[in-house]
Design a protein around this ligand. Structure first.
Ligand SMILES: *[C@@H]1O[C@H](CO)[C@@H](O)[C@H](O)[C@H]1NC(C)=O
Ligand SMILES: *[C@@H]1O[C@H](CO)[C@@H](O)[C@H](O)[C@H]1NC(C)=O
Ligand SMILES: *[C@@H]1O[C@H](CO)[C@@H](O)[C@H](O)[C@H]1NC(C)=O
Ligand SMILES: *[C@@H]1O[C@H](CO)[C@@H](O)[C@H](O)[C@H]1NC(C)=O
Ligand SMILES: *[C@@H]1O[C@H](CO)[C@@H](O)[C@H](O)[C@H]1NC(C)=O
Ligand SMILES: *[C@@H]1O[C@H](CO)[C@@H](O)[C@H](O)[C@H]1NC(C)=O
Ligand SMILES: *[C@@H]1O[C@H](CO)[C@@H](O)[C@H](O)[C@H]1NC(C)=O
Ligand SMILES: *[C@@H]1O[C@H](CO)[C@@H](O)[C@H](O)[C@H]1NC(C)=O
Ligand SMILES: *[C@@H]1O[C@H](CO)[C@@H](O)[C@H](O)[C@H]1NC(C)=O
Ligand SMILES: *[C@@H]1O[C@H](CO)[C@@H](O)[C@H](O)[C@H]1NC(C)=O
Ligand SMILES: *[C@@H]1O[C@H](CO)[C@@H](O)[C@H](O)[C@H]1NC(C)=O
Ligand SMILES: *[C@@H]1O[C@H](CO)[C@@H](O)[C@H](O)[C@H]1NC(C)=O
Length: 268
């Protein structure tokens, strides 16, 4: 009995070592086809490609591209910076289960369908900067169980619900027209209570209302009535318009902010 369990233990150990070896010996196969004026993702790249850079082309990431992408399932890094992507369709990357970095910055993405990121369960870094994203459904990020970094800088986002990303360490949100009405209170609480670092915090400013333009979204003080609304209902009730605040209520709400934040934090 004892010898058998020892044998099993050794077998397990050797399996572990073997799998570890295959992991480290996994070769990097790079294909760099930047600035080639491609309008489609080339289908003739080696299927063992792990790093693919197709930046500065004319790729739209339509259904034709999606089909080709599925064949490059060993990809760990995909760069599509400065192409012609306007939509991210459901299941666009569904076969890329090894992908860790996806960079689609500087396109014209305005729509991201809810299941666009399905299958990307190893993704660690997602760059969507400098696009035309107005709205994001927090459910879109659900498949990204291992996401560490999310870059959304330079879009048209004014409101963002708390993303359900438990391993996220860095988020980049500057250069968006943030509407610091009560509706952004949830995001602020999350930024304060989770372990996420808001990169470039000092330039992640409110655009609206005018009176709060000199504040960043993490430290902007909220009116007390925002807190009394919170957390009764996350999406509906919080969309109450922000009224301009007088000097004294401003200071009061600052006081109430610190007093209430402890309580709100436990409710997240
Ligand atoms: C591809 O080549 C360009 C131009 O030489 C370079 O800037 C870029 O970093 C390369 N991409 C990768 C993934 O190495
Ligand atoms: C790039 O491709 C488009 C067609 O997709 C063509 O009209 C254009 O002339 C090409 N530009 C260059 C610089 O080759
Ligand atoms: C995808 O885009 C390319 C280039 O713009 C085009 O040639 C092709 O027909 C498109 N495919 C579909 C299915 O629309
Ligand atoms: C793939 O095809 C394109 C033309 O569509 C060609 O320019 C390129 O050299 C080919 N690449 C490989 C790796 O064969
Ligand atoms: C990748 O595949 C190509 C054929 O498509 C082959 O020539 C090359 O040796 C392979 N490279 C690795 C590292 O497996
Ligand atoms: C999707 O990936 C699997 C391996 O994970 C591969 O066997 C299959 O051929 C890929 N699908 C396509 C359409 O290439
Ligand atoms: C995309 O996926 C979502 C959820 O999986 C679904 O509700 C939606 O209808 C899909 N959109 C399209 C255009 O298929
Ligand atoms: C933040 O990190 C600390 C230590 O790394 C951990 O104990 C704590 O649970 C984390 N908090 C959240 C909200 O993830
Ligand atoms: C954002 O922060 C990074 C370091 O955290 C810095 O290198 C970069 O210059 C900053 N960007 C801007 C626009 O300030
Ligand atoms: C601050 O909270 C106290 C009760 O805790 C409340 O009476 C007061 O009206 C609040 N201040 C503002 C500006 O809402
Ligand atoms: C900001 O949000 C509030 C409440 O949701 C809304 O009433 C207001 O119109 C928004 N302002 C802008 C400029 O989007
Ligand atoms: C409050 O009022 C004083 C004088 O009226 C002014 O100097 C100060 O900037 C105001 N503070 C805020 C936060 O509006």
């Amino acid at each position: 009995m004892k010898t058998m369990s020892i044998t099993i233990l050794f077998w397990l150990l050797s399996m572990l070592l073997l799998s570890d070896k295959s992991q480290t010996s996994k070769t990097e196969v790079k294909c760099n086809s930047t600035a080639k004026n491609y309008s489609l993702i080339p289908a003739n790249i080696s299927k063992n490609v792990t790093i693919l850079d197709l930046s500065y082309n004319q790729i739209t990431l339509n259904i034709t591209d999606t089909r080709v992408l599925q064949t490059y399932f060993l990809l760990s890094e995909l760069y599509l910076v400065e192409n012609k992507v306007t939509n991210l369709f459901n299941n666009s990357f569904s076969n890329l289960s090894n992908l860790e970095i996806l960079n689609i910055c500087r396109n014209s993405i305005h729509t991201i369908q809810q299941s666009a990121f399905t299958g990307l369960h190893k993704l660690k870094k997602l760059y969507l900067c400098q696009n035309k994203i107005v709205q994001l459904n927090p459910k879109t990020f659900l498949p990204l169980k291992n996401l560490i970094l999310l870059n959304l800088h330079g879009n048209l986002i004014s409101y963002f619900d708390v993303p359900q990303l438990f391993h996220l360490e860095f988020i980049i949100l500057y250069g968006n027209p943030w509407n610091c009405s009560c509706s952004l209170l949830n995001l602020q609480n999350w930024l304060k209570t989770s372990n996420v670092t808001l990169e470039n915090e000092s330039i992640t400013m409110c655009s609206y209302p005018d009176i709060l333009k000199c504040y960043n979204i993490k430290t902007v003080p909220y009116k007390a009535e925002c807190y009394s609304k919170f957390p009764s209902s996350i999406t509906e009730d919080l969309h109450i318009p922000f009224q301009s605040i007088s000097n004294s209520t401003f200071n009061n709400s600052l006081n109430n902010l610190t007093r209430n934040s402890g309580r709100s934090a436990t409710l997240i």
